[in-house]
Design a protein around this ligand. Structure first.
Ligand SMILES: *Cc1c(COP(=O)(O)O)cnc(C)c1O
Length: 475
């Protein structure tokens, strides 16, 4: 497909602006351009077609099944967009007098109430802009808590080897050193390894439960108790809340700090790089350390000087919070529980439908996602996780997450989400069945997949490391 610059024809215009009747004003010389910008010159219909064509090449939740494990690519009800687009929200200026922004403050307060209730926390900040940003802030709370008590030798954070990569990265950013905890053969925390690592140098534990292989750790109360007993805090990576909300709360599992990914569980479209929100909730004793916004609902609160400081302008991505509140209120208490119930049911249904062709790596009831391993298939036929993922594109579905979690060789992680119906899940299972048959009949043909997409197998490392984001004009 041609780039928009390559479609440019000198002199083409969309429409003519009427002549201005105002006196002409020159900008100061210092800020004036020396040359005219080299913008594409096109007719309106050509622009419209260009972007429509581009949009059709992108795969989204509205194009088909998108079971990208760990990412919760579910359908976002349009009513949330309508509410976020209301002029009273969308056209607010953050420096507006506080008295004219009471409605927005109420949204923040009610969202805080609802999300604290769902997570079992006492207080929450909406400043962090994403999950990883939330982890960073949550760990700052942990650090401040120990510093405040003079417990400054606590510099280690324990993180399971199955964790999302952002966990150790965030801990390192905060200045902690990371100790990896091995998983047991069920993908859960190895209790003996945990005990062996606990001492007075441990600041805390970072955990997601269900973990990144989609399994709920049955020892969770024992795990958090052991950490508390040794003087550490428990941090809950709540990006997987889609599996448990309305059923069990991190606060009741023994966690002190939690971040949520509103752009996963709470219905903000994502995948294109944001905006998102990673609010951080905490128990009351950590509340004084939360970031303070210099304006708004928390204005009356006196900053005791213990805050870790502001981590983003104002209240973060406010409209993402407005969507989350709309989502929670339209679902209600029972709907929230039904949502995660359906997410878990769908994952287990699909796992059992796929099992005859590709058995799950951990053969037990899963939560909202499950993991397959192509390891054996790869050894016997040369067909790996990448080949199967690419082949699924030809069946009109987005591939599952590949090669994550790292503890599973040739992993494919499937998260169907609650918004898919049974027919879609059956079609997906059928695609896996047919691919399984292809592997028996003509394994080498899988290396040529996909055959129906605009590009097949790009150099992914090259695209990530050396992206060409600027057009170079032919001279
Ligand atoms: C997505 C995810 C994160 C990171 O969230 P971002 O918003 O992408 O920064 C952290 N942990 C888990 C388990 C996740 O799935």
């Amino acid at each position: 497909m041609k780039l928009i610059f390559e479609r440019s024809v000198a002199g083409r215009r969309t429409f003519q602006m009427p002549q201005s009747t105002f006196p002409k004003r020159e900008l100061p010389k210092a800020v004036q351009r020396k040359e005219r910008p080299r913008l594409p010159e096109m007719s309106e219909v050509a622009i419209s077609r260009h972007y429509t064509k581009l949009a059709k090449q992108a795969f989204g939740v509205n194009s088909g099944f998108y079971p990208l494990g760990s990412c919760t690519m579910k359908y976002n009800p349009r009513i949330n967009e309508v509410v976020a687009g209301l002029p009273g929200f969308a056209r607010m200026h953050p420096l507006q007098p506080v008295d004219t922004a009471r409605g927005c403050h109420e949204v923040l307060d009610r969202a805080r109430e609802v999300l604290c209730e769902i997570t079992g926390m006492d207080d929450m900040t909406f400043q962090p802009a994403a999950g990883a940003h939330g982890e960073y802030v949550g760990l700052l709370l942990m650090k401040k808590y120990h510093e405040k008590r003079g417990d400054t030798q606590r510099t280690r954070v324990l993180i399971p080897d199955s964790a999302h990569g952002t966990n150790p990265a965030s801990a390192a950013m905060v200045g902690f050193t990371v100790t990896h905890l091995p998983s047991d053969d069920q993908g859960c925390v190895d209790l003996d390894a945990l005990k062996a690592n606990l001492d007075d140098t441990v600041a805390g534990l970072m955990l997601t439960n269900p973990n990144t292989v989609g399994i709920f750790d049955p020892n969770i109360l024992e795990i958090t108790r052991l950490v508390h007993e040794s003087g550490g805090l428990n941090y809950y990576d709540g990006a997987n809340l889609n599996a448990i909300m309305g059923w069990v709360r991190p606060g009741d599992m023994g966690f002190d700090i939690v971040h949520l990914n509103l752009h996963k569980t709470f219905s903000t479209p994502h995948g294109g790089g944001g905006p998102g929100a990673g609010p951080v909730g905490c128990k009351e004793f950590l509340s004084p350390f939360l970031p303070h916004s210099h304006m708004g609902a928390r204005l009356a609160e006196v900053d005791t000087g213990d805050s870790v400081g502001q981590v983003r302008a104002f209240h973060g991505n406010f409209l993402v919070v407005a969507r989350a509140l709309t989502y929670a209120l339209t679902l209600g208490r029972e709907g929230v529980a039904q949502t995660s119930g359906m997410a878990v049911l769908n994952a287990n249904y699909l796992m059992r439908k796929i099992e005859p062709y590709f058995p799950p790596y951990y053969n037990r009831i899963c939560m909202h996602e499950f993991v397959l391993s192509l390891d054996k298939v790869k050894r016997s036929t040369g067909v790996g996780a990448l080949d199967v993922a690419k082949c699924l594109l030809d069946y009109g579905m987005h591939p599952p997450t590949m090669y994550f979690p790292l503890i599973v060789p040739e992993a494919l992680m499937v998260e169907p989400t609650e918004t898919e119906n049974r027919e879609t899940l059956d079609e997906a299972a059928e695609a896996f069945a047919q691919i399984h048959q292809m592997i028996q009949d003509k394994p080498d043909s899988l290396h040529d997949c996909p055959t129906t997409t605009p590009i097949g197998r790009p150099d992914e490392v090259g695209a990530a490391r050396n992206p060409i984001v600027r057009y170079s004009f032919p001279e």
